[in-house]
Ligand binder design. Structure first.
Ligand SMILES: Cc1cc2nc3c(=O)[nH]c(=O)nc-3n(C[C@H](O)[C@H](O)[C@H](O)COP(=O)(O)O)c2cc1C
Length: 344
C-alpha cells in the first residue's frame, strides 16, 4: 500500500521547493535497491542501450545526481539527472517553483540551479556499476561567454559516468538558450558536440521545446541526423499558457504537467512526421497514466519520461504505468514495445 496519500497533504502544505528538498533528503535515506524485475515485454533497446521498461524519470528532479539509484529503485526504467552546467550556479531568486494544483501542473523558473559538473561526476562515479540506466542532461552556464564551449566541456566531463547524454537547448529559464534550436546555431552546436564525443562515448540525445514554429521540427531532425544525434526528447516545458485556473498561472517560467500534454503530443507527432521513424523519439510532457504513455508510444515514442505527475501521484507512478503498458501490449497483441511504436 502506498503511504503517499497520507504524506501528500504534508508535502503540499510546504513551499514547493522545500517539499522537493525534503523528498530528495528522504530518498537519500532509502536503500539503494536494485531496480525491480519487470515483465520481459517491456524490455526495449534504444541507441544500443537495453531499457528494462520504457518509463523514465525526466531531467530536473535530481539535478545534482544525489539519488539516481534510489529513483531507479522506485521502478523507473531509466533516470536522467541534471541539468548540470560546467560551473556551479545558484539559479534564479526564490520563489521559483509553483504547484498549480487545480491544473495538475507546475511552473518553474529554477534557472539551472546546480552544484556543477565536477560534483555530479564524483557522485556518479559511485553508480557506474549499477544495473540501471542513468543519463546526464547538460547545459550552459547563464553567464557563459561561449555556450557551445560549455556543451563541449559537458560532453567531455560527463561522458565517462553517463550511459547517455542529453543536450538541453530547450529550457526557457536561461535567456537565449532556446535560440540554439535555430538551424544555423544548432548546426554549429551539434557539429562541435559530434567532434567532442569521439568514437566510444555514450549516445547523445537532444531535448527540444514544445513551442516550435512550423518547419522547425523538420530542420531540427535534419541537422540532428547529420550530426549523429541518437534520439530526440520531445519535449521540455512550455512558455505558452493554455487556459489555467490556478492563481499562479501568470508566473514566469516553464509550464509542465496536464496542460502541457496536448502540446507535447502534437510536437511529438510533428517530429515523427519529420523523421519518418528514422530518429528515435522520447515522449515527455503531461504523462500521468498508462494510457498517456501508450498514446505517446503509438504516436512514435520508443521511450517516455515524466516528472510533474509524480508530484501529484507519488512514487508509485513508474511501476503503475509500467504495469499498465504491459497489459496494453498484451491486449493489442504486440510482443514488445518496439512493435507498438508509431502504430497509432
Ligand atoms: C521543477 C522542474 C525542473 C525542471 N528542470 C529541468 C532541467 O533542469 N533540465 C531539463 O531538461 N528539463 C527540466 N525540466 C523539464 C522536465 O524534464 C520535463 O521535460 C517537463 O517537466 C515535462 O514533463 P512533465 O509534464 O512530466 O513534468 C524540469 C521540470 C520541472 C517541473
Amino acid at each position: 500500500m502506498s503511504l503517499y496519500p497520507l504524506v501528500r497533504p504534508l508535502a503540499f502544505a510546504l513551499d514547493a521547493e522545500r517539499a522537493h528538498r525534503l523528498t530528495v533528503g528522504a530518498l537519500k535515506l532509502a536503500p539503494r535497491r536494485r531496480p525491480a524485475a519487470f515483465p520481459d515485454v517491456l524490455r526495449t533497446t534504444v541507441a544500443g542501450l537495453d531499457f528494462p521498461t520504457p518509463v523514465g524519470l525526466a531531467a530536473g528532479f535530481d539535478k545534482d545526481a544525489e539519488v539516481p539509484e534510489q529513483l531507479l529503485g522506485l521502478g523507473f526504467g531509466f533516470v536522467e539527472v541534471g541539468t548540470v552546467t560546467p560551473r556551479p550556479q545558484a539559479g534564479n531568486p526564490k520563489p521559483r517553483l509553483f504547484r498549480l494544483r487545480e491544473d495538475r501542473a507546475v511552473i518553474n523558473r529554477m534557472g539551472f540551479n546546480n552544484a556543477g559538473q565536477p560534483a555530479a561526476f564524483e557522485r556518479l562515479l559511485d553508480c557506474t556499476r549499477s544495473h540501471g540506466i542513468i543519463g546526464v542532461n547538460i547545459g550552459a552556464n547563464k553567464d557563459s561567454a561561449d555556450r557551445v564551449a560549455d556543451y563541449v566541456a559537458g560532453v567531455k566531463a560527463m561522458s565517462p559516468v553517463a550511459r547517455f547524454l542529453t543536450i538541453n537547448i530547450s529550457s526557457p529559464n536561461t535567456p537565449g538558450l532556446r535560440q540554439l534550436q535555430d538551424e544555423g546555431a544548432l548546426r554549429a552546436l551539434l557539429s562541435a558536440v559530434e567532434e567532442a564525443r569521439g568514437g566510444d562515448g555514450p549516445p547523445v540525445f537532444l531535448k527540444v521545446a514544445p513551442d516550435l514554429s512550423e518547419g522547425e521540427p523538420d530542420q531540427i531532425v535534419r541537422v540532428a541526423i547529420q550530426h549523429k544525434i541518437d534520439a530526440i526528447i520531445v519535449s521540455n516545458t512550455t512558455v505558452t499558457r493554455p487556459l489555467l485556473k490556478s492563481r499562479y498561472r501568470d508566473e514566469t517560467g516553464g509550464l509542465s504537467g496536464e496542460p502541457l500534454k496536448p502540446l507535447a503530443l502534437k510536437a511529438l507527432r510533428e517530429f515523427r512526421a519529420a523523421s519518418g521513424g528514422e530518429m528515435p523519439l522520447i515522449g515527455v510532457g503531461g504523462i500521468a497514466t498508462a494510457d498517456d504513455a501508450w498514446e505517446r508510444i503509438r504516436a512514435g515514442a520508443c521511450l517516455v519520461q515524466l516528472y510533474t505527475a509524480m508530484v501529484y501521484q507519488g512514487p508509485g507512478i513508474a511501476r503503475r504505468i509500467a504495469r499498465g503498458l504491459a497489459e496494453r501490449l498484451d491486449r493489442a497483441g504486440f510482443a514488445n514495445i518496439a512493435e507498438a511504436v508509431g502504430t497509432g
